[in-house]
Design a protein around this ligand. Structure first.
Ligand SMILES: C[S@@+](CC[C@H](N)C(=O)[O-])C[C@H]1O[C@@H](n2cnc3c(N)ncnc32)[C@H](O)[C@@H]1O
Length: 336
């Protein structure tokens, strides 16, 4: 089955849900805040609009889903005030894959509206939810197609015992992933260029790497750990090794040079700002400095457990559709 048809962040509000295990992504949103702010101010100062189209591409569900939109509304409100202009009308589009937990998202909308009214006044009654011309698309690390050369239906597996690029992967695997990334990003940029208004800006967040080497640990480590955990389960007869050989992550962590090169080749956009951040996989949450009574659910776990929970909330749906539900608990316990 196509990954895009099964992929979703873990639904609901349970222990393994994305809602409860997305502190890492929350941190990334706040690290990117100054870049988002510059983009919004740039749009407003260039040609102040009556109506501002914003699209969160890959909004997911849980507490992060409306955070970026809420922060943008704050920035627009403050900038409009500073420029002595009335706050523009907002047209907000929330976009994700079909299996996303949209129920959770819809259920959070009334509280979101109420909060806007409480905190920002009645002028927000006219918040519309439709998409036409976009001034500000935002996207966070969308999934890629699996390179066709590595597709499980393809002949001999090229990347044995691995789920993604690794130090032992043959060069053709690295090339296949890069080429797929280039195609996907090219198409993404071309599509956005047709939807955006002149003078619009786009904020993109990627899981990336600083090194030019695509097999550098910084970008492959979590897939490497998962592959090791699965291979160890295979040695106990809990998973078939062929299953591991035939899984290829629909993922690519580009380096800045690769990104800039596709933007240049596609030609519709220029890169205003490109920043790289290093972030701990456990979301940088400290469990030592807080008293037991004040800890959130996630803070009660060890760093290793938090990393496993963060990764599980994101990749479980795609691993489950390939390896089966029955091994998921064991896999993520052995992953710690
Ligand atoms: C790691 S989550 C980030 C969610 C949220 N923006 C946050 O910061 O917490 C990435 C989201 O992008 C969505 N996504 C991935 N590929 C996508 C695509 N091609 N089109 C739409 N959504 C996509 C996933 O379903 C997932 O909800």
């Amino acid at each position: 089955m196509e990954v895009m048809q099964v992929l979703h962040m873990n639904k609901g509000e349970g222990e393994t849900s994305y809602a409860k295990n997305s502190t890492l992504q929350r941190k990334i949103i706040s690290l990117a805040n100054s870049i988002t702010e510059e983009a919004v101010v740039g749009i407003l100062c260039n040609n102040f609009p009556d109506s501002l189209g914003i699209a969160d591409l890959g909004c997911s569900s849980g507490p992060n889903a409306l955070t970026v939109i809420s922060e943008i509304i704050d920035i627009v409100q403050a900038t409009s005030f500073r420029l002595g202009r009335p706050i523009p009308e907002f047209r907000v589009s929330l976009n994700d894959l079909p299996c996303n937990d949209f129920n959770d998202l819809f259920e959070s909308l009334p509280e979101f509206y109420n909060k806007l009214k409480r905190e920002k006044g009645g002028g927000f009654d006219r918040l519309h939810w439709l998409s036409q011309c976009l001034a500000l698309p935002l996207t966070s690390y969308s999934y890629k197609q699996v390179p066709p050369a590595l597709d499980s239906k393809a002949r001999t597996p090229l990347n044995r015992g691995k789920l993604y690029i690794s130090k032992t992967s043959p060069h053709c695997v690295l090339e296949a992933y890069l080429s797929q990334f280039e195609k996907d990003l090219f198409l993404f940029l071309k599509s956005r260029s047709e939807e955006m208004v002149p003078g619009g800006r786009m904020v993109l967040s990627f899981m990336g790497r600083r090194s030019v080497d695509p097999s550098a640990e910084e970008s492959c480590y979590h897939w490497e750990l998962l592959a090791r955990a699965l291979m160890s389960m295979a040695s106990e007869g809990l998973v078939e090794e062929e299953k591991i050989d035939s899984f290829n992550a629909p993922y690519y962590a580009p380096c800045p040079e690769e990104l800039k090169s596709v933007v240049k080749t596609e030609g519709s956009f220029v890169v205003d700002q490109l920043e790289t951040f290093e972030i701990d996989w456990d979301g940088g949450v400290s469990s030592n400095s807080i008293s037991e009574a004040h800890k959130t659910d996630l803070e009660k776990f060890s760093s290793g457990q938090r990393v496993a929970k963060t990764i599980r909330a994101v990749v479980e749906s795609m691993l489950e559709s390939h390896f089966g539900k029955q091994i998921m608990d064991d896999l993520f316990y052995s992953f710690v």
